[in-house]
Design a binder for this molecule. Structure first.
Ligand code: ASP
Length: 324
């Protein structure tokens, strides 16, 4: 039996059962980092970098002397790079581990790898793995805070926070807003995580997709379910489009991508039937021409790159919290 992790309370494994006050505290801090990032860089302005704990600055030495280890067993563009930028902006050192090219190829287990990185000096472990529950296992086995960067279909909490931050920046408050999450709900950790955060903050969520990708069990988590997208369009405040998770898709779940796209893709025609100020969101990577059309992805209503930028601010807030 591994000894219990004394840092488990500083681990972020999912947004389910995180209280509203804690969600808002993370979002408030991330919002400060996001604002600081908009200001001219201290170097450009001829000002020294901020170091004081408490004040959010674009770069600081709050985490100087700490090592953030990124353990990625699944591909990533946005999450891994933004954890790295977030850690560096706070003055931390970064250790990047990816399974390809490591001793994982020689049979070393996830837990032994995590223990090894902790022994090298990692103070916090950021874990992405194809197995649901992988980050929680690491958190039990290694006496370091752990941040889940995506575990199979289960959870992707920093993605959920950056989605919430993006909505809050537009609306001030997500309570009472209506968000549609469209696509491969069954295989999406993003949908499950956004649902948890949005429900805690009082938003209404409709999950949309074909029956084979929309498990009825989500209704018990507070979601409304719809097999049709078109009737919802005029009523929603945000539409979050999801990629078909081919890597997790059971064979023959959808008859064809073309048929799927015909019913669920965000085309310009569908976008123009939404409210004029609807937020178009996507966690990336986008498969243009499948779940979202070229023009809709580049439309001014799309906030996809704002979501990406907010990912850095959110990860700064979470690393600071985990190591505080
Ligand atoms: N990037 C997101 C994730 O890691 C969404 C996706 O891959 O479609 O879950």
């Amino acid at each position: 039996m591994p000894a219990p992790n004394p840092n488990a309370c500083r681990s972020l494994l999912s947004l389910e059962s995180v209280p509203r006050e804690q969600l808002n505290a993370w979002l408030d801090r991330a919002a400060e980092f996001a604002v600081a990032a908009q200001k001219p860089s201290p170097a450009a302005a001829g000002v020294s970098t901020g170091t004081a704990a408490g004040a959010a600055t674009a770069t600081s030495s709050l985490l100087r002397g700490h090592v953030v280890a990124n353990l990625f067993y699944e591909d990533s563009t946005r999450t891994r790079n933004s954890f790295e930028v977030a850690a560096r902006r706070l003055g931390a050192d970064v250790l990047n581990f990816s399974a390809a090219g490591s001793s994982a190829k020689k049979g070393e287990s996830l837990l032994d790898t995590a223990r090894t990185l902790a022994a090298i000096g990692a103070d916090v472990l950021v874990v992405r793995h194809a197995a649901a529950g992988a980050a929680a296992q690491v958190a039990r086995a290694v006496s370091r805070p752990v941040v889940n960067a995506g575990d199979g279909r289960h959870a992707h909490p920093t993605q959920g926070l950056l989605d919430l931050l993006t909505m809050r920046q537009r609306w001030g408050d997500v309570a009472g807003r209506h968000v549609a999450i469209v696509g491969d709900i069954a295989n999406s950790r993003v949908a499950r995580t956004a649902l948890a955060g949005l429900r805690t903050l009082g938003a209404r969520v409709t999950l949309v997709g074909p029956a084979t990708l929309l498990p009825r069990a989500f209704a018990a988590l507070g979601a409304e379910l719809s097999y049709e997208l078109d009737p919802l369009l005029p009523h929603i405040d945000a539409i979050m489009m999801l990629r078909i998770q081919q890597e997790r898709l059971a064979p023959a779940t959808i008859p064809s991508l073309r048929e799927y796209a015909g019913r669920y893709s965000l085309t310009m025609d569908r976008l123009n039937r939404c409210k004029p100020d609807v937020l178009v969101m996507h966690p990336g990577p986008m498969n243009r021409g499948v779940e979202i059309d070229e023009d809709a992805a580049d439309d001014p209503r799309a906030v996809v790159l704002q979501q990406v930028a907010n990912g850095v601010a959110v990860r700064m807030a979470i690393l600071e919290w985990a190591l505080s």
